[in-house]
Write a protein that binds this ligand. Sequence first.
Ligand code: AMP
Length: 111
Amino acid sequence: MSDCIFCKIAAGDIPSNKLYEDDRVLAFYDIEPKAPVHFLVITKEHIKGACEITGENSALIAHIFEVIAKLTAELKLDAFRVITNCGAQAGQSVFHLHFHVLSGRILGEMG
Ligand code: AMP
């Protein structure tokens, strides 16, 4: 999508602090980290959010969690939280599917 910042990052048109990339997903550090370790895993395909996951694209979600397991192991993170916000009221500000991975501090209760 031409006006989507994460599509531009996936295309390499906007730089990111990249951790991992393959043909389907990209992982990069969040520009405004909410924890000592805070990275995002995004789909390369433009999917608006968790509300658009279907039988057609759900294999991508399994792949994202495989990538998260690989990256957190490489970073030696034994405790981490994975979050996806869907909808503005839930805190979604970029309307392109992404998973936050947070670690490096005690993460409080979910609010
Ligand atoms: P959300 O609010 O759940 O939609 O998450 C969007 C996240 O993207 C926020 O944590 C932002 O800090 C992050 N973000 C926005 N622009 C960039 C960027 N150019 N590079 C890295 N992270 C970004």
